[in-house]
Design a binder for this molecule. Structure first.
Ligand SMILES: Cc1ncc(COP(=O)(O)O)c(C=O)c1O
Length: 448
């Protein structure tokens, strides 16, 4: 860390000694000060907030990592993307202290129009901005209840929609998120269409959409007064599961049959990550509601709930203080523009296919790599005990992730119980992809 950054901390009243710039020291301090972390401090170092660019991140001791997490799908263009920083610097005179939901300002309206234009469907939409993905989900849920007069939802297992209130009710990807907390809304829970481990026990060739039938049965025996079916178009936290389009379509049609709205949670898979603005476009259905988050804010906390007009039955039915402040809105609009100017939808699709292909070679090479799947730059590698039993190999996954981070210096995350997750920034190059796959290959070979 350069002296000037230490001076900044000094100016703010902290005396930081050079000899204390170690991972262990700052992880100990973080553990004492912070209520929680979602990741294992035994695996990851303390990140240097002053160094790094693109897909290169550094820990506080100066170790460089190749980042394939994209900040869990947040950093569309990587760290300190020069064109983005230049645009941000040009906004120095913009007033940011205008929280959005009480009074109008031009940037938020333009952003709402933009978001409505890139999301599927020509119907009239409304957009509400939030400060997180979970709140974006909840904005849609509340609206669906408001408009339908119904209170219950269909959600899947596994699924991740956030860890607060109503969103947590839909989530089921890890008991740690849920146990001990009350269920905020009633949920009819059905299995996510997960062909590698078909919850209905069929294989892809014999599939006659038993998962859609499982939903039909659930609605028949539990009641079909559903406000909305809430689905990730590509299950992220739950293990990077790509559902077959015909299953999503079947679930969508069944939801319509019972008068429920259909909502696509695009918080992780949206914003062009998969090669389409919204991953639900791969499945050929037009959702009534869409939640967006993560990359839409360019690193600032932002989410969006998109719904049918009128989205609420009246003004003030829902709101939060902060919402797409002018600077954040302009930055978000820049991301949309740059995505188009730079052809990032096409690039993400092509680079994703390249990454998928190289990771697929690991499946041929190792008995423990059971499945490799994904759409665009959202890919999972599922580790198993062996290909025949497909038994989940969580222990190996954890060991491979730890090895990849600590020995190969690949900044990578797990997902689900036994999956390695790739959600890199959109600026990833072919060279980065080959490098990243080489590092995972080495980590697997050292851990089996
Ligand atoms: C699909 C999905 N929905 C909702 C959320 C919650 O977003 P946030 O953590 O910003 O509340 C996430 C976060 O990972 C997500 O992946």
């Amino acid at each position: 860390m350069e002296e000037k950054h230490i001076k900044t901390l000094e100016y703010l009243g902290f005396n930081i000694r050079r000899q204390d710039l170690t991972n262990d020291y700052w992880k100990r301090r973080a553990a004492e000060a912070l209520a929680l972390t979602t990741q294992d401090r035994d695996v990851y170092g303390c990140l240097d907030h002053t160094t790094g660019e693109g897909l290169r991140v550094f820990d506080i001791e100066g170790t460089e990592y190749l980042d394939v997490t994209g900040g869990v799908a947040v950093r569309a263009f990587g760290l300190r993307y020069k064109p983005f920083l230049d645009f941000e610097a040009s906004l120095i005179d913009v007033i940011n202290e205008l929280p959005g939901q009480d009074f109008d300002a031009i940037p938020q309206t333009l952003l709402a129009e933009r978001v409505a234009a890139i999301t599927p469907g020509d119907h009239k939409k409304r957009v509400m901005f939030t400060t997180s993905g979970g709140r974006a989900v909840e904005g849609c849920m509340k609206s669906a209840m408001d408009l339908s007069g119904r209170r219950r939802f269909v959600a899947f297992r596994p699924a991740f929609h956030g860890r607060t209130g109503y969103a947590l009710s839909l989530t089921s990807s890890n008991s740690r998120h849920k146990s001990g907390f009350p269920q905020g809304v009633d949920v009819v829970r059905v299995p996510y269409p997960y062909c590698y481990r078909c919850p209905c026990g069929t294989d892809e060739e014999d599939c006659s959409l038993e998962c859609v039938e499982a939903l039909r049965y659930a609605l028949e025996v539990e009641g079909n007064d559903i406000a909305a079916t809430v689905m990730e178009p590509l299950c992220g936290e739950g293990g990077l599961i790509v559902p077959p389009a015909k299953a999503v379509k079947g679930i969508y049609e069944l939801s319509k049959e019972v008068g429920a709205y259909f909502m696509s949670d695009e918080v992780q898979a949206g914003m062009g990550r998969t090669g389409k603005w919204c991953a639900i476009e791969y499945h050929g259905v037009v959702p009534d509601y869409i939640s967006m988050g993560k990359a839409i804010g360019g690193g600032y906390p932002m989410g969006a709930s998109i719904g049918p007009a009128p989205m609420y039955t009246g003004a003030s039915r829902h709101s939060e203080t902060f919402s797409a402040e002018p600077k954040m809105s302009l930055l978000s609009l820049w991301i949309f523009k740059h995505m188009e100017d730079g052809n990032f939808l096409r690039k993400n699709k092509e680079n994703g296919e390249y990454l998928l292909g190289l990771l697929g070679e690991l499946k041929d090479k190792y008995e423990v790599v059971g499945d490799v799947r994904g759409l665009g730059l959202m890919i999972g590698v599922e580790l198993v005990k062996d290909k025949k039993t497909r038994e989940k190999n969580r222990k190996l996954r954890d060991a491979v992730v730890k090895n990849a981070v600590q020995k190969q210096h690949l900044w990578v995350l797990g997902a689900g119980q036994n999956v390695i997750r790739f959600t890199p920034s959109y600026t990833i190059t072919r060279e980065n992809i080959e490098d990243a796959v080489g590092r995972v290959d080495k980590a697997i070979s050292e851990e089996i």
